[in-house]
Design a protein around this ligand. Structure first.
Ligand code: HGY
Ligand code: MN
Ligand code: MN
Length: 413
């Protein structure tokens, strides 16, 4: 039998080419587009190979079930009359990526979950409650703009009509992409899960510096996304005097610099990584510039102060530029303090460090609804949301062993 690292590599190589951009080496796996749909087919095939029936919740989330003492759940779209009894242990993550994202962010949690099931079965472990592998849809929000869309729908944390109407850059709505209006909250399904453990590549270098392959998460920083729309007067680049301009690009540029400064002053994080310009012509003063602010801080109060300061600076500059500013919050994630007892129990079990993260996850959404934990796997570059994201096969194997031990601890006693 090949080594676990070998088995990881074998399974990993099945999905590694899916959605990878030949030029950047990054991934273009937007929710419900061809590459991600291919990965969902792969998910079903892996579940079938393991005799794990797959159910859907009508929101785009997939669930592969193992060891359900109440008989296998239906494979229909609504799992409302599925396995009897509660207490299933949920694991898994997401397939979708940011534009030109890394290979591991998301898929590592799903591949590791299937391999952890294999490890448990090979050890002769028999769960006394179901072990369920999930693939959540649109975790990155890279296509429809709201992160953790699938887990927010499952938990009722987003209005179904708002979710259904979210549109991608081509104007396709989430409902159209899904092929139906999302089903929304499913308390019956959610009530069937006793815990959720998400394994994820670390998006930072703490494990590198700690010389440890795996860590347990303690918290997720509060964070959110704000859309800054700046309207001015489109005009000719060659014939419009500087004094006569109402140029939203100036207000935008100033806002980006203000976000950078205010974040540094607060030891917080502020990013404007996405911008849309109308008409986006080299020889035209823009009529409108839209920038998206991603802001995060260790405490909610700091985050609130940061966003307020940026908004105030942008408004002040807009007055000077004669432009109009509209700020809309697109998503908000409060501080997530993972279940302390569970985190300590897992850290003890794995002899692993415990660390917070500034990255959002489906685990951050589910944490408000059931005991939730995260495991992080070392990323030698510490870089994420970039093709430079990495993890060694040995560390990924260590992650599988850790996840298998956690699932054994939670589902087999
Ligand atoms: O943006 C995040 O923190 C996560 O990667 N979706
Ligand atoms: Mn991500
Ligand atoms: Mn992720």
């Amino acid at each position: 039998m090949s080594s676990l690292a070998g088995r990881f590599r074998e399974l990993w190589d099945e999905i590694a080419p899916v959605g990878r951009d030949a030029d950047s080496g990054g991934y273009l796996r937007y929710a419900l587009t061809a590459p991600e749909l291919r990965l969902r087919e792969w998910f079903r095939a892996q579940a079938d190979l393991r005799g794990m029936p797959v159910s859907e919740d009508g929101n785009g989330n997939l669930f592969a079930w193992w060891g359900d003492p109440g008989g296998t759940p239906p494979t229909g779209t609504r799992d409302s009359d599925g396995p009897t009894g509660g207490g299933a242990v949920l694991t898994g993550s997401h397939f979708d990526s940011v534009p030109h994202g890394g290979a591991y962010d998301g898929p590592l949690g799903i591949v590791s979950a299937f391999l952890a099931v294999d490890e448990l079965r090979a050890s002769g472990a028999v769960p006394v409650r179901p072990v369920v592998v999930a693939a959540f849809v649109e975790e990155e929000g890279a296509r429809f703009g709201v992160p953790c869309l699938g887990s927010r729908l499952l938990t009722g944390e987003i209005d179904v009509d708002r979710a259904a109407g979210l549109r991608d850059a081509a104007g396709v709505s989430f409902a159209e992409a899904l092929g139906d209006r999302p089903a929304g909250a499913d308390p019956a399904l959610l009530g069937r899960f006793a815990a959720f453990v998400e394994l994820h590549v670390e998006q930072g270098r703490v494990l590198v510096d700690a010389d440890a392959p795996v860590a347990v998460a303690s918290a997720i920083w509060p964070h959110g996304r704000w859309r800054f729309e700046l309207r001015g007067e489109g005009n000719h680049a060659g014939t419009t005097r500087m004094a006569d301009r109402r140029d939203p690009m100036l207000t935008y540029a100033f806002t980006v610099l203000a976000a950078n400064k205010e974040a540094r002053l607060r030891d917080a994080h502020a990013t404007v990584g996405r911008v849309a310009v109308e008409p986006n012509a080299t020889n035209a003063v823009p009529s409108k510039v839209t920038g998206w602010l991603d802001a995060r801080a260790a405490e909610a109060e700091t985050l609130h102060g940061l966003v307020e300061a940026v908004q105030a600076k942008a408004a002040e500059r807009a007055r000077r530029d004669g432009t109009e500013l509209t700020v809309t919050q697109e998503s908000a994630t409060p501080l997530v303090a993972f279940d302390r007892e569970l985190a300590d129990r897992l850290a003890g079990l794995l002899a692993a460090p415990v660390l917070p993260t500034g990255a959002g996850h489906d685990a951050g959404v589910l944490a408000a609804h059931l005991p939730t934990a995260m495991l992080f796997v070392r990323n030698p570059t510490g870089v994420s949301h970039s093709p430079a994201e990495s993890a060694t096969d040995a560390d990924c194997a260590a992650g599988v062993v850790a996840l298998a031990r956690v699932l054994e601890e939670l589902a087999c006693h």
